[in-house]
Design a protein around this ligand. Structure first.
Ligand SMILES: [Cu+2]
Length: 314
């Protein structure tokens, strides 16, 4: 009996040990499973969300400015002009019903009203102090287009008549197309006339104009662009300028299609910005295009279909 009990005890101990071992390995298995599900990047589900509260607050602070009807004129380069050398000085005249709207960078916040300046179909450059020309540097030889429109501190464009302007010009003796596209602003380029260091400007990437007809439907990509960090990456705005075309929801026949990464296409049928939230960390591709009533892309110098890479850092 005593013997039996001893063997019985050993059996119980072994059974308990086995259960514990099983439980432990089971636990390990669970941990392994958990790690495996975290490894692939989280699926991005983008949602159209209302205009963010922080922008509504800014609008309130600005008073009437968002009802302004700013008019821009491109003084330089003049339409169809020839520019000698790779530095193109952009001069604009702002007029119209401004309601206090004035481009200016507030040094405290490093932001403010500004004008979006677009060479060919490159990402826009921000131009703040209109009393000084904005220099496009290292512009390559050949034909170019320049598009401008006024913008708010959060980069939403003014969409009134007269806000958007486009000119075509030609550069003779342009910049070196082999130059890196992102050089520091102190870079001296051939034939560049010396200019004050304080002058706003940018070394631009090599590009030439598309065969764009300014009288035909023209979609100008504006936002999103570049890198978005932290709270700024919560909801990203898609914004564009639309000339010579009306969208379906505005009584016209055109649509704007956008495709983010490999998502299914989505549509914008009224001309206003949208905000999308749910972006995952990392690089994303945003494609924006203008479609006609038959859902076909509207050709105009290649500008009506634009793809940009942006980066989200959370
Ligand atoms: Cu902007």
């Amino acid at each position: 009996m005593q013997k039996f009990t001893r063997w019985h005890s050993i059996l119980i101990i072994n059974t308990v040990a086995l259960i514990l071992l099983t439980a432990c390995s089971g636990d390990n298995q669970n941990q392994t499973t958990a790690v495996t599900t975290v490894t692939p990047p989280p699926r991005q589900v983008l949602q159209v969300v209302p205009r963010p509260q922080k922008i509504l607050d800014l609008m309130k602070e600005r008073g009437e400015q968002d009802e302004a009807k700013p008019g821009l004129k491109i003084i330089s380069p003049a339409n169809n002009s020839v520019i000698n050398g790779p530095v193109v000085a952009v001069r604009l005249n702002l007029s119209g019903d401004l309601k206090g709207y004035k481009p200016h960078k507030d040094p405290a916040t490093n932001s403010g009203n500004h004008v979006h300046v677009i060479l060919d179909n490159q990402p826009y450059e921000a131009y703040y102090e209109l009393d000084q020309p904005f220099e496009l540097r290292n512009v390559t030889e050949g034909k170019h287009t320049l598009r401008v429109f006024p913008s708010r501190p959060w980069h939403e464009s003014y969409k009134n008549d007269g806000a958007f302007q486009i000119v075509t010009f030609t550069v003779k003796g342009g910049g070196d197309p082999n130059k890196p596209t992102t050089t520091n602003t102190g870079q001296v380029v051939a034939n560049a006339s010396p200019s004050p260091a304080s002058r706003e400007g940018k070394d631009v990437a090599p590009s030439t104009a598309g065969e764009v007809d300014p009288a035909k439907p023209l979609l100008t990509y504006s936002r999103p662009k570049g890198e978005y960090q932290g709270a700024d990456a919560d909801a990203l705005m898609i914004d564009f300028w639309l000339a010579n075309a009306k969208l379906k929801g505005d009584g016209g026949e055109y649509r704007v299609r956008y495709i983010i990464d490999d998502d299914d296409p989505r549509y914008i049928d009224t001309w206003e910005p949208i905000w999308l939230s749910g972006w995952t960390n990392g690089k994303h591709v945003v494609r924006l295009e203008l479609l006609d009533k038959d859902q076909r892309p509207v050709e105009n110098g290649g500008y009506n279909t634009t793809t940009r890479e942006i980066t989200v850092v959370k």
